[in-house]
Write a protein that binds this ligand. Structure first.
Ligand SMILES: [Zn+2]
Length: 447
């Protein structure tokens, strides 16, 4: 019998009906396709009481019966789901090169998506104005009724204090002062008059993976993002592990070479300083400046400031030895760090996301698999699957929308209970056709 949910406690009779109904709504939203019978088992409430609570939630237009999977051995229990149109969420991911905005329904289906260049070198004020404009335009284009939007999740890289809604620092060249102790959550709330949350973009990507990607299949996994920085998110028993001070996952700042280059954190030889996209680009550029002949120079049309991770991956695909070498070196460093994590955490899966793995997955998989096998204990290495995220560049925004959806459930339930007459499907007439949940259209590659 499944473990009971501690949030409900054991003394259900003493709980107020609204809190009890909200707890059931949260369980249904957790996405496990629970039937009424599952809910009764999970909570310890009687099947009759669960039936009555679910009837209430359906009456409030918060919950639907999902199509049952047919079975040869009699009728299958009917899975329940939160109604897709019960409310809408905005997800924003402010990335180093591109920012993404999505509007998603309660099931995580994307109604509208936009991508813009972030233009980080223009400075914080102009970056935020650009993102604000994009969000306003996306809301207008989505045709979603403004009243139906429940909140906004904002993802940002760098060091984030989620509880206080602060960007503590954003270690990018020339941007340290611009992004130090910025109350980004409050800035978004002032602009949009919506409940907002701020979260580290690696965690929002991993959250998207948990609910819409490969993380649905396993409870214990690591999500590794390699972009301009390197970060990790750790899921233990289905929950994001944050650590005592909320900063867990700084995989990019483990030391892999004591005599290595200076890192933005002040230490030498952090993984991020030798294996991030920024480090790979820098290594390629320095080698060419020292006179190494490479296809990279031609692909960058002679301008070394145009070298990107895409250029390096393209050169490697054309058998350029320098490009191949800098990618292999980065993969080797990442794999060494991961071998230690595999020993420590014994994950079922390591899911790779971010620009490096979107751009050059086939060039990285061999060294990763080989070195993790060599350096981690045999049993743990056998347990772990290495896979590439199927979710694409908007995963960070999608996960941010999912995180605010979880937080918005209480508000959604309160609104429905206090104003049942106002419940109506939002005005989506003339709305563009809906996108799929990304995971339904793509499978992650096994590497
Ligand atoms: Zn560091």
């Amino acid at each position: 019998m499944p473990a009971k949910v501690s949030r409900l406690g054991n003394d259900h009779g003493s709980e107020k009906p609204d809190q009890r109904d909200l707890a059931i709504l949260r369980l249904i939203h957790s996405g496990s396709n629970y039937s009424r019978l599952d809910l009764a088992r999970k909570t310890g409430l009687s099947p009759a009481l669960i039936t009555s609570i679910v009837r209430n939630l359906i009456g409030l237009k918060l919950v639907n019966e999902a199509p049952a999977v047919s079975s040869l051995v009699g009728r299958k229990p009917i899975p329940l789901e939160v109604r897709a149109d019960a409310g809408y969420l905005i997800g924003v991911d402010i990335g180093s090169f591109y920012s993404h905005v999505v509007i998603a329904d309660m099931k995580g289906q994307v109604i509208r998506r936009e991508q813009i260049e972030t233009g980080i070198p223009d400075g914080r004020v102009r970056v935020l104005q650009r993102v604000f404009d994009c969000v306003h335009q996306t809301i207008a284009a989505s045709k979603v009724n403004r009243e139906a939007i429940l909140g906004m999740g904002v993802a940002h890289s760098g060091v984030i204090d989620t509880e206080k809604g602060l960007v503590l620092s954003f270690p990018r060249p020339g941007q340290m002062a611009q992004w130090k102790n910025v109350p980004l959550q409050a800035i978004f709330e002032d602009e949009f008059h919506l409940p907002c949350l701020l979260e580290d973009s690696v965690r929002t990507m991993a959250t998207a993976e948990r609910h819409f990607g490969l993380g649905r299949e396993v409870d214990d996994f690591l999500f590794i993002e390699v972009g301009m920085g390197i970060g990790a998110a750790i899921f233990v028993e289905g929950k994001l592990y944050r650590g005592g001070g909320g900063k867990a996952g700084e995989f990019g700042h483990i030391t892999v070479d004591e005599n290595g280059p200076l890192c933005s954190c002040g230490n030498n030889g952090c993984l991020e300083s030798v294996a991030s996209c920024a480090a790979i680009i820098q290594a390629g550029r320095l080698a060419i400046e020292r006179g190494v002949d490479s296809r990279i120079r031609e692909l960058a049309r002679g301008d070394l400031s145009r070298i990107s991770i895409e250029v390096i991956a393209q050169a490697a695909a054309e058998n350029d030895s320098l490009a191949y070498r800098v990618l292999q070196e980065a993969a080797t460093y990442i794999a060494r760090g991961l071998a230690d994590l595999v020993n420590l955490l014994n994950p079922r899966q390591i899911i790779f996301g971010g620009a490096l793995f979107r751009t050059a997955p086939q060039l990285l998989s061999d060294p990763l698999r080989r070195i993790i096998r060599q350096r981690s204990l045999e049993k743990s290495a056998n347990d772990v699957q290495l896979r590439i995220s199927p979710l694409g560049a908007e995963a960070g925004a999608l996960g941010a929308a999912r995180m605010i959806a979880v937080r918005a459930l209480a508000d959604l339930h309160r609104r429905a209970v206090s104003h049942p007459e106002q419940i109506a499907a939002p005005d989506l007439t003339d709305a563009p056709s809906r996108g799929d949940t990304p995971a339904e259209s793509a499978r992650g590659r096994l590497i």
